[in-house]
Design a binder for this molecule. Structure first.
Ligand code: GDP
Ligand code: MG
Length: 323
């Protein structure tokens, strides 16, 4: 993708921590008109940051908890960015307005950046946008990057894969633990939050989760998943959540966890290669390759396997893929 003078200027401003430049760049990502591999050299090295995934069923209190976390992080003098994805509406909509209202305390704070993401026309969908937007925030100097999703499908699990620390927020309502198990949330949690401590059954839920996590028996060097009780209305327990996030960061930073980091980054690299290669293949199939193989492609008696075998040996094809 061509890098215009406008984009260069935008990235310069972004690197100064200009939040309007950050907002504009994310819009370009959503529209598919900003490609991070093409501008990587301009972005340069990003600062160190902690990415926190917050997932759980709608209404569990994720946005309320995030509101408190922002407060604690700001009190610690750190810049905070929040990216919220709303699968019910890729453009604007429902939950987002509510999220804004719940985080409105921070509207006038220019060291807090809150953004709802949609996937619009971009290749690779919402998890790609989230990954790239988080990278831009890192470049703009945000220390904490919080990703909020509703924990259901593969996309949401993909987004949680981008996080260093995953919080799973549940509430003491019937079936929540079972639902969470089914949705694969138990495996990805680094910290469990039982929110709505004021509701009946909150303590029992903590006990149920303790039972489940204890039967998993982590190894000596592994992280023991804490279960924290919070109240999103008055903030009780939320400072402890922030402290536990910091402890988890220290744990991840220890050299024992290098393998974990390697794995995560290898997975991320694979995603990136798949996305980029798939864009190029799409382009080749509609242009150069389609012309060269038109005769075979139009002849149903030639098997796709035989065309495939020839293409894989076609130096022009493999060359174009890596260009
Ligand atoms: N009773 C009670 N309500 C809460 C608590 N935390 C959040 N809520 C309310 O639950 C609703 C959903 O909260 P929200 O943060 O938007 O949940 P999200 O959909 O998971 O982001 C809102 O009306 C909140 O005010 C809590 O600890 N106790
Ligand atoms: Mg929310």
């Amino acid at each position: 993708m061509e890098v215009t003078g406008n984009i260069r200027q935008l990235i310069e401003r972004l690197k100064q921590g200009d939040s309007s430049a950050l907002a504009r760049s994310i819009t370009l990502l959503e529209e598919g008109s900003l490609d991070l591999p093409s501008v990587d050299a301009l972005l340069g090295a990003s600062g160190s940051s902690v990415t926190i995934g917050v997932t759980g069923p709608p209404g569990a209190g994720k946005s309320s908890l995030i509101d408190w976390l922002i407060k604690h992080m700001r009190n610690a003098g750190e810049m905070v960015g929040v990216l919220a994805t709303d699968p019910s509406s890729p453009f604007t909509g429902g939950a987002i307005l509510g999220d804004r209202i719940r985080m409105q305390h921070h509207f006038l704070d220019d060291r807090v950046f809150i953004r709802s993401l949609g996937s619009r026309g971009a290749q690779g969908g919402i998890s790609r946008i989230t990954r790239d937007a988080a990278h831009l925030m890192r470049t703009a100097g945000y220390r904490y990057i919080i990703l909020e999703t509703v924990g259901v499908g593969q996309t949401e699990l993909d987004i949680m894969n981008l996080a260093d620390t995953v919080l799973v927020v549940l509430v003491p309502e019937s079936g929540d633990v079972m639902q969470a198990m089914k949705a694969g949330l138990m495996e990805i949690a680094d910290i469990f939050i039982v929110n709505k401590a004021d509701r009946e059954g909150a303590k029992q839920m903590v006990n149920a989760l303790t039972f489940i996590t204890e039967t998993r028996e982590p190894g000596r060097d592994e992280w023991e998943v804490p279960i924290l009780l919070t109240n999103g209305l008055d903030g009780t327990g939320t400072m402890e959540v922030f402290q536990t996030i910091q402890q988890h960061s220290v744990f991840l930073g220890s050299h024992r966890q290098a393998a974990l980091l390697l794995n995560k980054r290898r997975h991320g690299l694979k995603q990136l290669i798949l996305e980029q290669v798939s864009v190029r293949i799409e382009d080749l199939l509609t242009n150069a390759l389609a012309d060269r193989y038109r005769a075979e492609l139009s002849d149903p008696s030639v098997s796709l396997y035989s065309i495939f075998n020839r293409i894989m040996k076609d130096k022009d094809f493999t060359g174009r893929l890596s260009r």
